[in-house]
Design a protein around this ligand. Sequence first.
Ligand code: PLP
Length: 398
Amino acid sequence: MFGKMKNDIKEKLKEVREQGLYKDERVLLTAQGAEITVAGVAGRKKVLNFCSNNYLGLSGHPEIVKAAKDAMDRWGYGLSSVRFICGTQDIHKELEAEVSGFLGTEDTLLYAACFDANGGLFEPFLDEHDAVISDELNHASIIDGVRLCRASRYRYKHSNIKNLEDVLREASKARYRLICTDGVFSMDGDIADLKGICDLADKYDALVMVDDSHATGYIGKTGRGTPEYCGVQGRVDLITTTFGKALGGASGGCTSGRRELIEYLRQRSRPYLFSNTLPPGVAGATLKALKMIEESSEPGKKVSENADYFKEKMKVSGFDIVPGNTAIVPIMLYKEQLALTMAEKLLDKGVYVTGFAYPVVPKGRARIRVQLSAAHTKEQIDRAADAFKKAGKELGIV
Ligand SMILES: *Cc1c(COP(=O)(O)O)cnc(C)c1O
């Protein structure tokens, strides 16, 4: 059988390459941080990194690394079990309580990844009597999670409250209605209108679920995420988020929210029941990350200031950037090949960024997504902005 499939797959791979959509992975030779070494760069020169989700600069932070080591010394390397058999340690319970305290929720359930949190969220609660109502730009893991349940699926236009209201009316016959949205949309860096969403949820009797992966730790005055930013803490029924971005960046995720919902997920959510949870080192480091954020909101402020500073410089240079209030700054180039060429040129100039093309973003909406970090210095941001200007001139963009 494989012979036939091999030829088909080779053909498909060729098409991906011809469309300029083939994704090569660059290999880092150092820890994650503002400056990294990347394999294939001549002379192994350090490059500035502007494409990780290391918003608070915690990924390579010595205190986080130490917390992971300490947790491993105390609790070992792994559990060799799912949680309900013999895979729950006190550090997992401590982390769940800490996340609940941090997010202002009633209870929290850990997963190996936020992808799993979303994968296991819908099927336990919803069946053919129910309706899931999704923003059209929601993350792939929400889309996949919804596919695993038998509820009717509705989509509303991206962040379009008027359209959401129409859809809620359409879904009025369902037993339960669940609105789900990303808190921060990763490709455009915009924040969901959670106030508008929660108001409509009240009016049309719906639940609200927010995936705050790109927000937890740095969006909102004290880093509690988009519910804090939008002033709706306590009105969101379920929050999913990752520990693999601002909170140290290793891996892991959770679902947090109303007590009975979390209790039921603990009984029924398949990625929770049938997959190991976080290794203790990751649990310990994530705990440390949350405590650091609670102690000081300075890094959260710094990343926002860095983003504003970079955006201003890019505007002055004449780049087309998507406006927003997060550390994600999309530089629009529209053409697939141009975005990839631009990224190559920037790497030559010592700035590592990634071009995003279809299918990650819609066709004809290719871009370079720049992500700022609290770890960036002004001087590093200046260097990056200068490199953009030079590369943009060489390619006739600005
Ligand atoms: C990154 C991301 C995820 C996946 O998180 P992992 O913990 O790496 O699986 C899920 N949802 C959204 C919105 C994300 O941005």
